[in-house]
Design a protein around this ligand. Sequence first.
Ligand code: ADE
Length: 252
Amino acid sequence: MRFDLVTLFPEIFTGYLGQGLLKRAIDRGLVDVRLHNLRDWATDKHRSVDDRPFGGGPGMVIRVDVAVACVEAVRRLDPEPGRLVMLTPQGRRLRQAVVEELAVERRMILLCGRYEGFDERIRQVLQPDEVSLGDFVLNGGEVAAMAVIDAAIRLVPGVLGDEESNQTDSFSGAERLLEFAQYTRPREFRGLEVPPILLGGDHQAIARWREQNRTLRTRQRRADLLENQIPKERENHEPRIAEAGREEQLEG
Ligand code: ADE
């Protein structure tokens, strides 16, 4: 999967790209990340990428001419046009179902804003898929773009090793519940013991315990996830796409 990051601050990504699962995926050729500095498409002598908003008000707005020239040039770098994702607090909220939808793409162009936002005509011309990290305002889209990449690569075949899996991840699978509680050594710490069933080696009993634990945790912490449950008898008959659509409707 290829990611093209369009940003005014490419250096923000350099540490992130050199660590952990993402670095391993890049080294193994499963993921490719290219950085593009929006400023390289500025045309005036000051290399300006933003300007004051018409009508007045605080802050600066990313210019339509610079952003469109940059994205169109970046698009042409690969025969696969890819999905253009604009990171903005006004986009649809990122959730696992959205990550799953994005992760099927072979290429994603992530457009990160700064300042007060984008000239509205950038949306009109480029028709991006607008994605928000949540109902709060960041100083720019870079952290949100990292979140999209981080979540999406977990779903790229081969990125997680045999030892790791996304199958039991929170918000994943048919039920989209929270993950069950996990324990490792030591067996006892300050009087807190690991549930004995997990030490016994009875795989069926462990699976039952985990199933109950995820449901209980979800009820305690995120009861809203249980409200969105698809009735069990329909689960095997409806494709995932129908489920995603239903969730969007429920979210309103
Ligand atoms: N840019 C600024 N705030 C953001 C948010 N909440 N999500 C995505 N991009 C943003």
